[in-house]
Design a protein around this ligand. Sequence first.
Ligand code: NAD
Length: 425
Amino acid sequence: MSTPGLSYVPNNPHSPWQMYLQQVDRVAPHLGHLERWVETLKRCKRVLAVDIPINRDDGTVAHFEGFRAQHNMSRGPGKGGVRFHPDVTIDEVMALAGWMTVKNAALNLPYGGAKGGVRVDPKTLTRPELERLTRRYTSEIGVIIGPDKDIPAPDVNTNDQIMAWMMDTYSMNVGATATGVVTGKPIALGGSLGRKEATGRGVYIAARETARAMNLDISGSRVVVQGFGNVGGIAARLFKAAGAHVIGLQDASGAVVNEAGIDVDTALDFVANGGKLCEFHGVVPISEAEFWDLKSDIFVPAALENQLTEERAKTISTKLVVEGANGPTTPAADDILHDRGILVVPDVIANAGGVTVSYFEWVQDFSSFFWTEAEINDRLERIMVEALKAVVHTAEKNKVSLRTAAFIIACTRVLTARELRGLYP
Ligand code: NAD
């Protein structure tokens, strides 16, 4: 089975790129003299669309569509994950690249923003087919990636094994082992301790710091998490370890509830061993509508974009939304949540733990000197707490949402770099 070509959908009402553009429009009035450069943020520097033909195990040939978008490189090489998902479009990859530009600048990491994706359901491929797809995709985008050009990492449905194949393919093509071309690699291949857990850990840190400022005790709080993969799973585990009751979970297989608190660690093992979340013991399967009706103190969307829509924002019962996923809240929903007094910690800060430790991994690969997990977690904690403090301060000073505040900090950094570099030629 191949995927149909040309997945760009102009005028799509759920377009993540349109969502990103609206967020940029909201920051423009706060940029002072840098506003004259704002158009730079409204387009990608470069977008590559590639055909990925692979031999299937049954002897047929299948074609898939892949992308790599480099949104902005003013502050450094591109950085951003690679997603394997049947709904990937060029529009989505462009938006995710734009959010990476903002995220890297908000955390003051020396990177631009990029993102990649292949329109495929990896569950329909055998392992050898998945490896061939990964290697062909890497070869096709090989002309624009590299340790000092653009550094991919894991995202939805990609993991350390996929990064190992990407690193090997790139290395074979350039004739030298280039560990720094991707991050999120296995530890045995120059990966960093703590990277796998870093995004979920960052989500937890963001929630903890914000909850403290709201006088909301994490211990004993009710937490609902959408997405039980790398980000949602680790975040749920850390909330539970801090004494919270994770009462609701949802993944692609369905949603579940346990009002007394779900045994997250056992559920993670169950899912890791091929079990379906809705078949886990000690939980009751619920419908999608019932999931969105759950009452929580903290809600963590950690699956895909466009989940907290206008309709859901009107009825969701929570105090704090901490965005593990990229782009889960639409701009209209943002306004409704704000009016209802529900605080949103935006993706560009809340899920930045992953790219922060990816940065540590890249630095460790370049210096061939590896840090302890305690050093990594300690530095992650400090960077996240400082970045959050700056965002809260900017939000208070400008009387804007945390999202617009993060965009003010980030876009000011990106456009200052743009202005200092000037336009070539
Ligand atoms: P993952 O593939 O490990 O997990 C995704 C989870 O979402 C799975 O549990 C899946 O079943 C669930 N899911 C998929 N479709 C769903 C649906 N329609 N409804 C409910 N659940 C659904 O991916 P991940 O790495 O955890 O990424 C999740 C989100 O976090 C994405 O938005 C990604 O861009 C973002 N993110 C990831 C990282 C990272 O380091 N992995 C970093 C920053 C942001």
